[in-house]
Design a protein around this ligand. Sequence first.
Ligand code: TPP
Length: 814
Amino acid sequence: MLSDVTTPQDLDDRFRETLAALPAAQRRRDPADPVTDDAPLTGARLLELFDAQVTSRQLDLAGRWLRSFGEGFYTIGSAGHEGNAAVAAALRPTDPALLHYRSGAFYCVRAAQVADATTPTDTADAERAADREAAADPEPAAEPEPAGSERPTGGFAAYAEAARDVLRGMVASSEEPIAGGRHKVFGRADLAIVPTTSTIASHLPRAVGMGLAVERLRRLDTVGRRAGAGVRVGSGAGAAHAPWPPDAIVVCSFGDASVNHASATAAFNTAGWYDHAGLRIPVLFVCEDNGLGISVRSPEGWVEATLRAKPGIHYFSADGADPVRAYEVAQEAAAWVRRHRRPAVLHLRTVRLMGHAGADAESAYRSPAELAEDLQRDPVAATSRLLVDAGVATADELLARYDETGWQVRRLAEEVLGEPKLASAADVVSALAPRRPVRVARAVADAAARASGPGSAAREEAFGGKPPELAGPLTLAQSINAALADGLLDHPQMAVFGEDVAAKGGVYGVTKGLRDRFGAARVFDTLLDETSVLGLGLGAGLAGMLPVPEIQYLAYLHNAEDQLRGEAATMQFFSQGAFRNPMVVRVAGLAYQEGFGGHFHNDNSVAVLRDVPGLVIAVPARPDDAAPMLRTCLASAAVDGSVCVFLEPIALYHTRDLYAEGDGEWLAGYPEPGSWVAGHVPVGRARVYRVGSADDLTIITFGNGVRMSLRAAAVLAEEGVGTRVVDLRWLAPLPVADIIRESSATGRVLVVDETRRSGGVGEGVIAALVDAGYVGAARRVAGVDSFVPLGPAARHVLVSPEAITDGARTLLAR
Ligand SMILES: Cc1ncc(C[n+]2csc(CCOP(=O)(O)OP(=O)(O)O)c2C)c(N)n1
């Protein structure tokens, strides 16, 4: 008698028992015929899916085996979810997929489809036929190929490569094809499988963004073709193109508990919102419903109720333990999304076998009866039953395939055990965030050459005959606006979007006029949800666009921060650069908005960004820095796939004066393209202002601190103190070389940090000095560890010009 716990041993034994008990078929169907009278699958095709399911099952067992002697690092398996083989079979291998972590069978099928890509499949034929029928296309249907007949039943051979990929992931082999040993994920560029993170549902907002981008690029493509070669989307840096076919649909899968997550509800809502507004988003959501989120049950009927109730999302459902019906419904769902370019959800009922993961003792929270019930719905056993019933194979033959696959998987597991692991920190971070400053500088030079050469007429027109360099001194906001316009002119794939950026032109007017000049396809308002704003950027970047999303206030980045940290910043790391999501996220932030807002409009916390590996953080303080820094960020995103946060100090947006009212010293002219090269600002280079002799004191600061420090330096100059004010300009990577050089020059450093004392930027600056062996004096002036209060009380917690002069005098008195 087997135990009631679904250990690998039990699962294996039960499967054997089930097969042994299957009655022999009454008749043997030809494998080239439908496996049942009305099935859309041939016996041969179902046998292929069986092999994929078995490979996935054997991979789960191998994962436990590897773990048992400490050589495997991942035991979350796919057992019970192998019905997703039918979903993969119903899709095209070029449909980008973002997969649930129980997608072993899906992955195997997709890998075999790609290996077999030159052979037309019964899926594609059937789908084409369904499309034609639904569209009442008068064109006569081509004679269908005999379903399945041309596909050899390759057994494990068709899936060996996929199995090796998965095993390499389990043992953290550096030869694993997508993450190179950095994570166990399902992903491979040639399979159009984009790796997802372990954060459940966090890939769904990206999937919606991909859907939007795929459709947008398809339309651009169609327009281009219709209008001929004369149509240009921009003047310069590469034509917009999607890495996927124009009629691709995006598929993303996830578990039932995940439907409740804020990221998932954001994605469903955004897909529905766009659908309601008439925009097309071809995304197929696949909810693999095993009824559990680790130990917590989804209340009976909840998943169906909530999925059915999503406005704008068409609902399909199927039983994952019935591969024929699951295939049929998945095909229907995929064809519906492809044809209508609208979102749908496929609710696929599954079971979870062998617990949540290797260490999960599910008997603590599930009854023996419940476990036994799940075993009755083992999808691999169900497929076996169908095959044996149809006489496509005998139980013995299936068992032989199962055992042979098991042997082969173990053999591969032993093979990959010997492969190298990531051997050093340098190896680990090599894929994190490539930085090629020379190429970035060259890209800026190319942009300058285009703007003053072939693109000059378009530029002249876009600026209404008056380019910004002729507009006189500009504010920070005007300078950013002009640089965004130049970016849109030069990068045809660039899009600017966010809450209120289009019709209104931004709550501070920074994006004013851009929609009118560049059109609603490239400058558009989004719905009010920061997770979705970033998700659209994530998907658009992946689809080949250059997204520039705006987060209206820094405080509101925090409720969507995972999309930046967990998704955007990890993509190159977990895919070794095979996928990238370039973007420049504009964020209005920091404090000192006199008389407005309180904390949420004066948020001065950037700690949450500074520790995101690989993220570029730019803080332009002055108009003449803002434009070149934005150009650098756009070039870096385009060249290196960088994820950049462009943090704009709100209080300086419209500031005109520096020392005295009316002096206009905070304004600056916009450089004409001919001087962009000379004025290029590389990532991680500071700017130094020398006041007086500049020999006595170094003030290191950024953002609002630059203006306050320059004012303080003027006061100190009257006292005979020479100051150099260093504007960091980049909070990540910090301009360490500049910090050290300028600090050593005076031996007295005052760090003026408008963010908070704890976790603030100043901590990083002081740490950089310590690491470099700086032996001079140092002090810090920083914001109080508090939220910023409303009205004049804000001054009690923010850095003031007086605090800077006081700090300087204390330092000089030492
Ligand atoms: C945002 C987030 N919170 C918590 C977890 C930890 N966690 C991992 S899997 C899981 C349950 C997910 O259940 P479900 O979505 O139903 O998928 P299943 O594992 O059942 O296939 C939890 C809570 C996580 N990975 N991500």
